[in-house]
Design a protein around this ligand. Structure first.
Ligand code: KG4
Ligand code: ZN
Length: 343
């Protein structure tokens, strides 16, 4: 184990360019996140080529700002951590190239981190102490993945979505309802004034023991409820604000029921006594409340990622310290592993 004091982490896996400085005791000194919402909004989703070009423009100013806000000098950085998988190939490459260059120039070790595992490490950061072993649940725009986490760096996939991720379903439903991108926060806002029992959407896989999810049927059900079923002659009511609110509330309730049900099954099947939840959808207030209710019924511990560390950020990449402390350093020929995490 080396004697580094400050870790510089870099996160560019999707559409946020982020850099953070995290002290060895996991105290976050800075966490700069440059979002790209405005670049992708008119396309209703992330355009990979636009994302990687924007990362290229922003990466150096973002790193500079992280170092400046932390009040250290670049030469004070003792280890560089970077997300190399999963994600968009061009986006990941910008972060990895910056991280390798800095590691070489500063002559400090490089560690590579799994972005999905880092979402769970945001929970460990909030707890201020080790939380593993635990069931880890990542609910984001790309992933709906349940893990049995033996430690911060050892996790087995218990199950995941077979089609859309939960956050992706929030984004697509928001698009159907004519809301802004990213849709999750918009759906949450509108659902507050809607009737969650107005539409009875299916809870796919809820009553089967397999730990898997499917959200594409739910998304299609919302589409048909909003615009009518293809081939049907029944006229669809106008999409008024109150109908949009009811659709948002009914969709959100169906999605949350399944997310909660599968967490509960994972806890019961494994006997783990701690549940940690991270990823963009974990910022959703209704989901957070439902999780609190479920764990108090089961008598298990819940560690939620703080809201500001739910969506993509580099602070959660303090997970890099766990690799550094175990001597798990990356070689310079290390490459990105694009795509989604499948196993
Ligand atoms: O973790 P994240 O920033 O990026 C990925 O790694 O995918 O998650 C982004 C996703 C988006 O789909 C967004 O709509 C969703 O998280 N999200 C939410 C909320 N805030 C963000 N979904 C539901 N409710 C929210 N409040
Ligand atoms: Zn993410």
């Amino acid at each position: 184990m080396g004697d580094a004091e400050y870790l510089l982490s870099i996160e560019t896996s999707c559409d946020e360019t982020s850099a953070a400085i995290v002290r060895r005791d996991r105290h976050v000194l800075s966490n700069i996140v440059a979002t790209q919402f405005e670049l992708h909004e008119r396309f209703g989703g992330v355009v990979p080529e636009i994302a990687s070009r924007a990362h290229l423009e922003r990466i150096l100013p973002v790193i500079d700002e992280a170092v400046r806000q932390a009040g250290i000098s670049l030469t004070g950085v003792g280890v560089v951590a970077v997300a190399t998988h999963p994600g968009l190939v061009g986006s990941l490459l910008v972060g990895l190239t910056a991280a390798k260059s800095l590691s070489l120039a500063l002559d400090v070790p490089l560690v590579t981190v799994n972005h999905v595992a880092a979402h769970l490490y945001a929970c460990r950061m909030a707890a201020g102490a080790d939380i593993f072993p635990a069931i880890g649940f990542v609910v984001s725009g790309g992933h709906t993945h349940l893990f049995d986490c033996r430690s911060a760096v050892e996790m087995d996939l218990l199950g995941c979505t077979i089609d859309d991720a939960a956050g992706e379903a929030f984004d697509k439903v928001a698009q159907i309802l004519g809301l802004e991108y990213p849709g999750g926060p918009q759906i949450e806002r509108l659902a507050r004034d809607g009737n969650s029992a107005a539409f009875s959407f299916a809870r796919t896989f809820l009553h089967e023991p397999a730990l898997r999810f499917s959200f594409s049927g739910l998304k299609t059900a919302v589409l048909y409820a909003a615009r009518g079923t293809p081939g049907s002659r029944t006229p669809v009511p106008e999409l008024t604000t109150s109908r949009i609110q009811d659709l948002a509330a009914s969709f959100q309730a169906a999605a949350i029921d399944v997310l909660i049900g599968k967490c509960e099954q994972a806890l019961k099947q494994t006997g783990r006594r701690t549940l940690c939840v991270g990823g963009g959808v974990a910022a959703n207030g209704a989901f957070r409340s439902a999780l609190e209710e479920m764990v108090s019924r089961l008598g298990v511990r819940l560690v939620l990622a703080p809201r500001e560390f739910c969506t993509d950020n580099a602070a959660m990449m303090a997970l890099g310290w766990e690799y550094y402390e175990r001597g798990l350093l990356a070689a310079f020929d290390t490459d990105v592993i694009p795509g989604l995490m499948r196993s």
